[in-house]
Design a binder for this molecule. Sequence first.
Ligand SMILES: [Zn+2]
Ligand SMILES: [Zn+2]
Ligand SMILES: [Zn+2]
Length: 430
Amino acid sequence: MTTTTQQTITLHAQCLCRAHSFATPPLPTTSLPLPSSSCHCTSCRHLTGALRSSDAPWPGPANVIHAAADADAEGGGTLRRYVQTEKMNILFCGRCGSPLFCEQLPAEGGGAGAGEPEYLAFTGALSVEGDGPGATLPPVVRCVDHIFVGDTLDGGALPWLRGMDGEGGPAAKVWLGGRDCSEEVPAGARWPAVGALEKGYEAGLKTEGAKGDVSLRCHCRGIDLVLRAGEAQREFEETQRRGGELPWYIDPVTHKGMGSLDGCDSCRLAAGSEVYNWTFAALRHISFAGANKEGFPRDTSQLRIATEAKDGEGRDPRLGTLAFYASSPDVQRYFCGRCSATLFYAVDDRPDIVDVAVGLLDSPDGARAESAISWSFGGAMTWRQDMIGTWREIMLHAVEKDAEEWRVERGYPKHWRRVAREEAEKAGEK
Ligand SMILES: [Zn+2]
Ligand SMILES: [Zn+2]
Ligand SMILES: [Zn+2]
C-alpha cells in the first residue's frame, strides 16, 4: 500500500472536448478538500440535465477565466456565457456542452461584495494531474450542503447523494430552500416526505391527465420536447400481452423505462456533476412540444442529420437550440447550444433509442419522475470502472450503498436486470 507523498496537486477544470482547460497553481494537499455545494433547484436541473448542479470555489486565478470568456464572446470562440440569473452566468463549452464555471457577478455599487466576478467550478469538470489507479490522492472536494431540495418534491437525487463523500468528515447539511434561510432536513432523514411519495408512484401514468406526457425541456426553453411515457407504457404492456419481446430498458412489471445511476467520466464532464442519471426511450415516443407535435426524427441518424442542418438550409425550427458533440465516432451527445443542458446520449448501434437526461423532465410527481421511470437502485452503478482508483472512488461506494439502502427503505423489488445478472452469476458458479 502506497501512501500519499504528494505535498501539492494541480487541479484542472476541463471540458469534454478539451477545447477549454484551466489550471490552478500547485495547491497544498492540506488545503483539500474544497467545500462544494449541490443545488437541486428546478433551474439547475434544467440547466444541466442532471438531478443537481455541484460547484466549489475555484482556487485558481479568476482573471484568466474572465479574460478567456470575454475574448471568446468578442471573437466568436466557443467558451460561452449563459445568463442563469441576474447575479450569475454559466460559462460552458459551446462545442461539447460541458459547463465549467458559475460566474458570480459583483454586487452593484461599492461596499462589500463589489469588485471582480468570482468563479465556482462545476465539480464534475475537475481533474487532478496524475490521478488514476495507483495514485492515492486525498478527496479533492467534499459536499458541505445540499440546497433547494424542496424544489424536487420527491427529494430527487438526495437519497443516494446525502452521504456521497463517505465517513470521516462533517455530514453535509440539507436545506429545503436556500442555505441558512429555509427549513433544514434533519440528519439521518433521507427525505421527509417519503410517505407522500407513495401516492404519486402508485398512481402511475395510465390514470394521469395528459396521457402520461412528460415535458422535456432545457433552462432557456430552446429545447422543448415531450416524452410520451404513458403511450410507451401502454404500447409495451400490449407487446407483452401478445407474447412479444420487450426491449432491454423496459421494466417487465411496470412497463416503464429504466432509470440509471451512471459513473461515466464523459457524462460527468458533459453535465458538470458526478453520478449522472439517464432514462431510456424510443425516439418514436418523443415529440415536439406545442400544437405541431409531429415529425420528430425517428432514428438516431435522422436526428443527427436534422441537427446538423443549418438555419435557412432546411433545419426544422422546432429543433431550436439543439446541438450535438460526437464524443466518439459512433456517439452523439445532444445538448442545448444556448444554455448547455445535456439532453440525449445516442450511439449508432442502438438507432431507435436514446438515453434521456432525467434532469430535463418536468413530471408532476417530482424530479425522479417515478410515474414514468423504473429506477435501478442498488447493485453496481453503470460505468463504475471510471471512478475506481480515482479520488472519486469513495463516492462510488458511498452512493452504491445509499442507493441500495434507499431501495430497501422504499420497498422496491430488486431491479429486473440486476436479478437476471445475479442469476447468471450464480449459474456460472455451479
Ligand atoms: Zn468542449
Ligand atoms: Zn440551483
Ligand atoms: Zn437551453
